[in-house]
Each structure stands twice: as structure tokens, then as C-alpha cells.
Design a protein around this ligand. Structure first.
Ligand code: 5AD
Ligand code: SF4
Length: 492
């Protein structure tokens, strides 16, 4: 069994070389994709020769951490077939957008950018434009693109992203738009090239899809049913990452707390997490996203028992009104959520709690909204993502009556945001003066003499330093709090 491969590794080259001698594509995955990588390499080499320069790609990712991980897989393939990365969209020969559809404005962004891309394609007719991800799983989106954005060359969805190399070849060989959307899959294809964005941290998928069907949410329709990866595969991937220098991993899934239930040999998320804490050399473990209804005492105990598990829990509330939570199909009440928070804080006192909240769900009254504000004040979230309810066609909430007027939603949204920000900055202020470990992640975007990193609780810290600090965990004194982030200095 091979590890999740980096596109530059000798193992990858060996597999591509072997595949290049095959006359017909193998039926089994991932061998089949290695055959197409080799084939795409030939095509792109030829095209680069014609152009008299290397061909370039530009990849843009919309949406969540799962999409970000998928985009690393896309870049891995693009590199493996011979594209180099372009700094700007307009210079690219291959542009790919990995799309999100959780809210309508995510879709609008993609349509907006497509119009803009068309201008570049007029100048470079060989430019290939590809679209993939959640938005493409919606029939009406694909119909619209076929009709109004005919210059798009390739469309595929969330279930067959592993087929990217094969689809690249098809795009070169076939006239007209290539469209390949699957309704679902039970397949989990592993061991393909990947380009990790960071050397020292990595996302690791533990499961795909979601079975919860919260009534406002389109994810179960576009990401399909819940599928967990085998624990041995996950552990192996993490160990390989660690051997490559990774010290922080983020376990990814739409609802990590229900991990493992559908496996042949079921295992709980808490059991998986405990095994991961035992991996030597791994310093920090994060996970996303937890559903309050499935968060077990066992998980809380595992979190309390290991310093490696970061002091951060993202626990989407969505609404503080038990009546609306029922309508949302969330399977917990306001009181149960508050009890859960108390239990977590009792076991892990220094934990940062963050959340997602939707404003303007159909039928939301002023009283419902006040319940949400009450939870916000009582819990004191360290940070919260606040969303205006977006109607997603095909979800049960889309056909609910009593859609809330826009001006009422706006006004509630502003009140909520203000409360969330005030509370978050008060919470952040409490740590000022403390010394905490920071994992340095990047050079500061604004000031090149600074670097930026994160505390275990996920807060951002800026400190003086250079590239040599990237990927290191350092003790840092939090000198100054600026609302949501800190300025710090390395503590001797
Ligand atoms: N409208 C607004 N927000 C939504 N979310 C999911 N679906 C919708 C929707 N239709 C939010 C939820 C979820 C987060 C990822 O996106 O808060 O937790
Ligand atoms: Fe959507 Fe609910 Fe599943 Fe989260 S748990 S992805 S909000 S259906």
C-alpha cells in the first residue's frame, strides 16, 4: 500500500513511467488514472513545444476546508501532467474553479468570474476552463452553463474528482464541452498525486458526505451520503505526512462526530482521535465540523486527556430557538446545547468555542432571534460565523412559508454581528500578557518583517520574524490584543 503521494515524489514518477508503457487504460483505480496522467503528459509536452513555453494553470477554490483539500488534489494532478503554476488567471492555459453552493452568493461569485474569464479566453483561444465541486452537482447549474457559458470546456462534480487526469485527456480529445457528473458513489479512491499547500500542516479527510439533512442545507444533496475512510488508511496517511515534516493535522468531515458508524467494523470518532494522538512527531490535532447532537462524553474525555488536541471546538449552533432548531432538523434544543457547552468547559476549561449561526430562517420571529442572542451572550463564543439564510432550491426549507423580509433579516444580522464581535474581543483580551505556543504559518501579508501563526485555540498572532520560523512552534508572549488577533514576541 502506498502513501498519499506528493506530486514530486519518486514513487509518483515510477507509477507514471510504468503506466506510460500500457496500451489500454486499466479498469482498476488508481492505476487507470496513472495511465491518463502519462497520456496527458504527452499531450501537454507537445502543446508546450508548439507554444515554445511551459503551459500554466490557475486554480481557485471557493468554500470550505473540504474543498480546499480537494483543490490540493487538483493541483497535484495538474503538476503531475506537466503544467506549471501561473501567478495570474489571465496568463493561464488551464483555469479550474472548485465551486461551493452552500449559499446563493457563492454561486453568484462563480458566474461573475466566468464572464471575466471569457475575456481572457478570447485572447488565448487555447485556454481551457474547467469547473468542479458542489455547485456542479446541481442540475440547473449545469443547464445554465451549457446554455449561457458555452466557452466552458470541462465540468465535473464532487464524486469523481479522482478522475481529473482522465477528464483532462478527454477534454483535449473531444470536441465541445465535457460534462461528467455522478449522482453519488461509494468509492473512495486513494493514492493519487497531491500538492500540499503547507509543508508543516495538512488537512486529512476522514469521511465524505452528510446524512443529516438539516432542512436549509444543500450539502447532503451535493456531497452525497456519509462515507467514512478506514481508520488504518487515515492513520497511515497521517504517519506519512508526519514523516514528510507535518506537525499539525486537521481532520475533515461534514460531521466528524458520526465518523465510523457505517464502517464494516464500526469505530467511534473518539476512538479514532485517541489513536491519532499516539502518533509520534504529530504535535497538533484539529477537527471540523462537529454536530452538537453527536458530540459524545467519550470525545470530551479524549479531548481533555491529550494536549495534542487543540483547544478549539467549532460547534455550529445555527439558532438559539428550540422551535426553529426543530424546524431546521437539528435534533437538539437550546437547553441541550447550553448543557453541552457547560460539560465541555468543565472538562477542558481553556477551550475556545466557535460557531455558525443563521439569521432569517423561514418563520424566525423576534422572540426566536432573541433566543439566539441569549445563547450568544450566555456561551460567549470566541468567534462566530454569521450567515444570512439563503434559500437553496430542493431543500425542505425552500418551500417553507413565512420567508423573513430582507430588511428585518439585515437589521437582526447587524445586531447579532455587533454582539458577536464585542464578546469575541472581550474573550480575546483575557489572554493578553500570557505566554502560549504559536505555530508560525506564513510571512505576514502586510509587513514582510513579521510572521503570522496560530495559537492552539486557533487565534491569529503576528510577531517579528522571518521565513526560518515558518513551521515551528514557539512560545510567544501575547503583548497586545487587537480585537480578534494579537501582536506577540518570542518569550525567552
Ligand atoms: N443559508 C445560510 N447559511 C447556511 N449554511 C448552510 N446552509 C445555509 C443556508 N441555506 C451555513 C450553516 C453551516 C455553514 C457551513 O453554512 O451555518 O454550518
Ligand atoms: Fe449541512 Fe447539517 Fe450536514 Fe452540516 S450537518 S453539512 S449543516 S446538513
Amino acid at each position: 500500500m502506498q502513501k498519499e503521494l506528493d506530486y514530486t515524489s519518486p514513487d509518483i514518477e515510477m507509477r507514471i513511467l510504468e503506466a506510460s508503457h500500457l496500451e489500454v487504460p486499466p479498469a482498476d483505480e488508481p492505476d487507470r488514472q496513472y495511465y491518463y496522467i502519462a497520456k496527458a503528459r504527452e499531450i501537454i509536452k507537445e502543446k508546450a513545444k508548439e507554444a515554445g513555453r511551459p503551459l500554466l494553470f490557475y486554480s481557485k477554490c471557493f468554500g470550505c476546508q473540504m474543498n480546499a483539500k480537494d483543490s490540493e488534489k487538483l493541483s497535484g494532478i495538474l503538476h503531475a501532467v506537466g503544467y506549471a503554476e501561473a501567478g495570474r488567471e489571465e496568463d493561464a492555459d488551464f483555469v479550474i474553479y472548485n465551486t461551493c453552493t452552500v449559499r446563493e452568493n457563492a454561486n453568484n461569485k462563480v458566474y461573475g468570474r466566468l464572464g471575466y474569464l471569457n475575456g481572457f479566453k478570447q485572447k488565448n483561444p487555447n485556454m481551457i476552463i474547467a469547473l468542479c465541486g458542489c455547485m456542479m452537482q446541481e442540475e440547473k447549474v449545469v443547464a445554465k452553463i451549457r446554455q449561457s457559458y458555452r466557452f466552458v470546456d470541462l465540468i465535473f462534480g464532487t464524486h469523481n474528482i479522482f478522475k481529473f487526469a482522465e477528464l483532462i485527456v478527454k477534454t483535449f480529445e473531444q470536441q465541445g464541452m465535457v460534462v461528467d457528473i455522478w449522482e453519488g458513489t461509494s468509492q473512495v479512491v486513494e493514492h493519487l498525486p497531491i500538492e500540499r499547500k503547507y509543508r508543516f500542516k495538512s488537512g486529512v479527510n476522514i469521511m465524505f458526505g452528510c446524512n443529516n439533512f438539516c432542512s436549509y442545507c444543500i450539502v447532503p444533496y451535493v456531497r452525497g451520503r456519509e462515507r467514512s475512510r478506514e481508520p488504518e488508511e487515515i492513520i497511515r496517511e497521517i504517519k506519512d505526512c508526519v514523516a514528510d515534516g507535518v506537525i499539525e493535522i486537521m481532520l475533515l468531515g461534514q460531521n466528524v462526530n458520526s465518523y465510523g458508524k457505517t464502517l464494516e467494523h464500526p469505530i467511534t470518532f473518539a476512538q479514532l482521535l485517541k489513536q491519532i494522538t499516539q502518533i509520534e512527531g504529530l504535535e497538533r490535532i484539529r477537527f471540523m465540523t462537529s454536530h452538537p447532537k453527536d458530540l459524545s462524553d467519550e470525545l470530551i474525555a479524549v479531548m481533555a486527556g491529550s494536549e495534542k488536541i487543540c483547544r478549539h471546538l467549532h460547534l455550529p449552533l445555527q439558532s438559539g430557538s428550540s422551535r426553529l432548531l426543530k424546524q431546521m432538523n437539528r435534533h437538539y434544543t437550546k437547553e441541550q446545547y447550553l448543557e453541552l457547552v457547560d460539560k465541555i468547559r468543565a472538562a477542558v476549561p481553556d477551550i475556545a468555542l466557535t460557531t455558525d449561526i443563521i439569521v432569517g430562517f423561514p418563520g424566525e420571529t423576534e422572540e426566536d432571534f432573541e433566543e439566539t442572542m441569549d445563547v450568544v451572550r450566555r456561551v460567549g463564543f470566541d468567534s462566530a460565523f454569521t450567515f444570512i439564510y439563503s434559500k437553496r432550491t430542493g431543500t425542505p426549507a425552500a418551500s417553507m412559508e413565512d420567508q423573513v423580509p430582507e430588511d428585518v433579516i439585515r437589521q437582526r444580522f447587524d445586531r447579532l454581528l455587533k454582539a458577536v464581535q464585542e464578546i469575541a474581543s472581550q474573550k480575546a483580551e483575557l489572554l493578553t500578557g500570557e505566554v502560549q505556543d504559536v505555530l508560525v504559518e506564513t510571512i505576514n501579508h502586510q509587513d514582510k518583517e513579521y510572521v503570522t501563526g496560530r495559537l492552539s485555540n486557533n487565534s491569529v498572532v503576528h510577531l517579528k520574524g522571518d521565513e526560518s520560523l515558518i513551521g515551528r512552534i514557539l512560545p510567544v508572549r501575547l503583548d497586545e490584543c487587537r480585537g480578534f488577533y494579537y501582536y506577540g514576541s518570542v518569550a525567552e
